[in-house]
Design a protein around this ligand. Structure first.
Ligand SMILES: [Zn+2]
Ligand SMILES: [Zn+2]
Length: 458
């Protein structure tokens, strides 16, 4: 198996005018841990109401600063493994909160370790920082006008996947946790990840490289939390328990034959006919080889062959993607692709090459952790605002973390009521500022409740 084909990225010159950091209010000393292992609405006692009130007050106080930081990040987007200024802003801000910071993890990643004032377990939370080669077309006063060269073409750069919101929310979470540090029962590892969308050609990056560089060790978290902007109304969240995002693989097929005049097909070994048979035959993996209730996608997105209408070409190249949720299905598809291509080209007299590159694995929301934490989301946001989502066939490299320790990953509603947004990765994508305080409240509460339950179980 060869390494994954990567898209090209270019270095940006950026100018951040990073200034104000919030004045850190002295931490509160909370009362002792509640007896209940898992807090939820019915069991929420006075202690929890107090904590909720303190979190709400901190969200209210800090949101304007955090939204301002979001605007700065949004106006200065950086592509994967090039998040130099974003990382510097994150590191400086975390230090201003008195948090121990490690920089340069997996190129530009930043990791903060916040040790609470009470003993307890370690938990991690992750935000991604990279932007995309998409030219922004929104009416935001803070819209990005950054341009760069990407794959030899001049393009705009923007946060068209909402990672600016994720980074800002996590800075907000760090601020609140720092304010409530004295009552925090354990340690929170704040992971700011580069290159979620993929590393530049010839480079490694993202979650897998952070793990290889030891981000989940010393101290090792018991669980990891994360969020992503979703096309739902602000104030709502959603998650799929169990498989949530698909494994993302990328394949390359070359079918080779023999070139000939189009009028003399018997002189050729026609790769176009073999490719056409292969395209339809590959769809029988889904319909004939796999159990019908096992989800998967096999898409051929590119097919190239030939230069002229009356010439049978020597080869046809195809590329596509496979999306799966289980290793069994993933392995079966890769195996069957090889067998089918072998059969089709044997029958046609040609040959083939298949390169199958495995990207991020499926993101699984750990069912036990989800059962434990859903009451927190329902308490903080209201039952009616926590949706069960269908698994998405898109991918998310949070999967690498969630393969190591139990993961909890949810969608944060980003559409301001009365407005619309273009899809993720499009020029008109708009994630509203008002999703930031919601994310801060939700994530801070999740981390506190997780640690509290672990502290109570000690
Ligand atoms: Zn994306
Ligand atoms: Zn994204």
């Amino acid at each position: 198996m060869l390494t994954a084909r990567r898209t090209a990225w270019c270095l940006l010159s950026l100018f951040f005018a990073f200034g104000a950091s919030p004045s850190s209010a002295p931490g509160h000393t909370g009362p002792s841990a509640p007896a209940a292992a898992i807090p939820h609405a019915a069991a929420a006692g006075e202690h929890q109401d107090d904590r909720a009130a303190r979190i709400d007050a901190a969200v209210k106080k800090l949101s304007p600063i955090i939204i301002e930081m979001r605007h700065r990040i949004h106006q200065n987007p950086e592509l994967g493994n090039r998040e130099f200024e974003t990382a510097a802003l994150v590191a400086e801000y975390l230090r201003s909160l008195g948090i121990e910071v490690q920089e340069g993890v997996a190129h530009t990643g930043v990791v903060g370790v916040l040790v609470g004032g009470r003993p307890g377990p370690v938990v991690a939370v992750r935000a991604d920082m990279d932007a995309l080669p998409v030219t922004e077309d929104t009416a935001y006063p803070f819209k990005s006008t950054v341009r760069t060269t990407y794959l030899g073409q001049e393009v705009g750069v923007s946060h068209a996947c909402g990672h600016d919101i994720h980074t800002a929310v996590q800075l907000g979470v760090a601020s609140i946790l720092a304010e409530l540090r004295d009552e925090l029962p354990g340690t929170v590892k704040l992971i700011f990840q580069p290159a979620e969308e993929g590393a530049p050609p010839g480079e490694q990056g993202g979650a897998s490289l952070m793990i290889a560089e030891g981000v989940l060790e010393d101290p090792r978290p018991r669980a990891i939390f994360g969020l992503h902007t979703g096309p739902m109304q602000v104030g709502t969240v959603g998650l799929a328990v169990g498989p949530a995002y698909a494994a993302v693989d990328h394949f390359y097929i070359t079918i080779s034959g023999r070139q000939a005049h189009g009028a003399y097909p018997h002189m050729s070994v026609d790769p176009v006919v073999m490719a056409a048979q292969a395209v339809t035959a590959l769809q029988t993996i889904r319909s004939r080889n796999l159990p019908p209730l096992e989800p998967s996608v096999i898409t051929i997105g590119m097919i190239h062959g030939g230069e002229r209408f009356n010439i049978i070409p020597a080869e046809v190249r195809m590329e596509g993607t496979v999306r799966t949720y289980s290793e069994f299905v993933r392995n079966s598809i890769e195996d069957r692709m090889g067998e089918i291509l072998n059969g089709v080209t044997l029958a046609g007299g040609g040959t083939f090459e298949l390169r199958y590159d495995r990207g991020s694995p499926a993101t699984i929301n750990d069912p036990e952790l989800a059962e434990m934490m859903l009451p927190t989301l329902r308490r903080v946001l209201g039952d009616e605002n926590v949706d069960n989502q269908e698994p998405a066939t898109a991918g998310e490299d949070f999967a690498f973390f969630a393969n190591e320790v139990p993961g909890f990953y949810f969608s944060l509603g980003m559409i301001k009521p009365g407005t619309t947004s273009g899809g993720h990765h499009t020029p008109t994508f708009q994630a509203d500022d008002s999703s930031i305080p919601v994310g801060m409240r939700a994530m801070t509460s999740l981390l506190f409740d997780y640690l509290e339950s672990g502290a109570a179980a000690r």
